[in-house]
Design a protein around this ligand. Structure first.
Ligand code: KE4
Length: 422
């Protein structure tokens, strides 16, 4: 037994499935997880002492790579002054300032501890502000594990083929309306049928939880128009895309301004942070300013805020265009190698995010993503991991690159792919 196998056996006795988040269990690729002991730059080291080039990056946060010196120093400095105060600290303002300066749609922001908390709180304030109860989401988009968003969700819900989650009351699900991603006509129909009841449209402005699916021409603008027409709030879930598809987020990249924005991942630099923000008049409804209650013992934690501030200030100086170009070259080379082996491959890429779908079809929504061959993905994934390349253990996720990935890292992954046998 390897050390990871031993640890996983022990974990399964104590933790459901041996993991604290289902996607880590690697079930859909027929494998067991590696336990990680250390991460630096773009390298993960497993409990066996083996190194892996990391294309998961903690599911997105580590855009600067692991242990970036500025972030590491900020964390260590902050922790020397105390782990938590339960009272305001200056870095909460500094992080809020960086976010408000960067994202066109954010005038005020509230910190929370995860992406899930961000989306569930944004939904609450959207309902309060509009006085309406329904929410429209897209099939295959994932907005965390709050009840309202678990209808036809992506990520682990899709990977594990969980149709709806027991424990979510029917009445709750009845408040959630669905439309296929990139299908404005379907959204229009939902508004025509229930426009007066729809509080908000939640969307991943670039979908990352059915694999990577970019918004089609005019899709986000069309959502903006429909929300305006019917008085609903447009909410961008930028938990993955914020500070990744551009420093100014997807809202800056595609020039569509949402009413509210949900954030997470990168803004905490690897620490557990989420946030939601947006129009001042909406955000002012939140207590203690207004009447919508939302709170958190550890929200605005000083160590997490310091990591976030250092991350965003460092990212501001990075060349996003260059990383996008390098990622494109790498992803296209990887796709070509696999096509050269006779495999059907569709590549979707935006900035430092990409997914290789093992299908002939263009992938524009969940149904087309689901035509990808999951057995082929599992074999690709297993072969790559055996050669030291760490990819997301599901075809319904995206691959992430970082400013820490070197040309050697990319070469290593391409060499690994060349040696694969299917
Ligand atoms: P968290 O609660 O996991 O911090 O964030 C939820 C969330 C919200 N919105 C989007 C667009 C997200 O991608 C996520 C979380 N993403 C998953 C997988 N892509 C994180 C990994 C996991 O669940 O363990």
């Amino acid at each position: 037994m390897t050390r990871s196998e031993q640890l996983f056996a022990r974990a399964q006795e104590l933790i459901p499935g041996g993991v604290n988040s289902p996607v880590r269990a690697c079930r859909s690729v027929g494998a067991e997880p590696l336990f990680i002991t250390e991460a630096k730059g773009a390298t993960l080291t497993s409990a066996e002492g083996e190194d892996f080039v990391d294309f998961v990056l903690s599911w997105g946060p580590m855009l600067l790579g692991h242990q970036h010196p500025a972030v590491q120093e900020a964390i260590l400095k902050a922790v020397e002054k105390g782990a938590s105060f339960g009272a305001p600290c200056e870095d909460e303002i500094n992080l809020a300032e960086e976010i408000v300066d960067a994202l066109p749609g954010v005038e005020m922001v509230r910190m929370v501890n995860s992406g899930t908390e961000a989306t569930m709180s944004a939904l609450r304030v959207a309902r309060a502000f509009t006085g309406r109860s329904k929410v429209l989401k897209f099939v295959g988009c994932y907005h965390g594990h709050c009840d309202s968003f678990l209808a036809s969700a992506g990520s682990g819900v899709a990977t594990l083929s969980i149709p709806g989650t027991p424990g979510v009351p029917e009445e709750m699900v009845a408040q959630t309306l669905l439309a296929p991603y990139n299908d404005l006509e379907a959204v229009k129909k939902q508004f025509e049928a229930a426009g007066d009841d729809i509080a908000a449209v939640f969307v991943e402005p670039v979908a990352g939880n059915m694999g990577l699916v970019p918004p089609g021409e005019g899709f986000l603008k069309g959502l903006r128009q429909l929300c305006d027409e019917y008085g609903a709030l447009l909410v961008f879930d930028e938990v993955i895309t914020g500070f990744r598809v551009a420093y100014v987020g997807a809202q800056g990249r595609y020039s569509v301004t949402p009413d509210l924005t949900c954030m997470g991942k990168i803004i905490g630099g690897g620490m557990p942070v989420g946030a939601y923000g947006g129009r001042g008049d909406v955000m002012q409804r939140i207590a203690p300013c207004g009447d919508v209650y939302q709170a958190g013992t550890l929200a605005g934690n000083p160590v997490a805020m310091a990591a976030g501030v250092a991350t965003l200030r460092t990212l501001k100086e990075q060349d996003y265009g260059l990383l996008e170009f390098r990622t494109k070259q790498f992803a296209e080379a990887l796709a070509d190698i696999l096509r050269g082996k006779g495999l059907p491959v569709r590549l979707n890429q935006v900035a430092s995010l990409f997914t290789l779908f093992f299908t002939e079809n263009e992938v524009t929504d969940f149904d087309s993503a689901a035509t990808a061959d999951s057995d082929l993905y599992a074999r690709f994934w297993g072969g790559m991991r055996r050669k030291g390349i760490y990819l997301a253990p599901s075809g319904f996720e995206c691959a992430f690159t970082s400013f820490a990935h070197t040309e050697e890292d990319f070469e290593k992954a391409l060499d690994a792919a060349k040696e694969l046998r299917f």
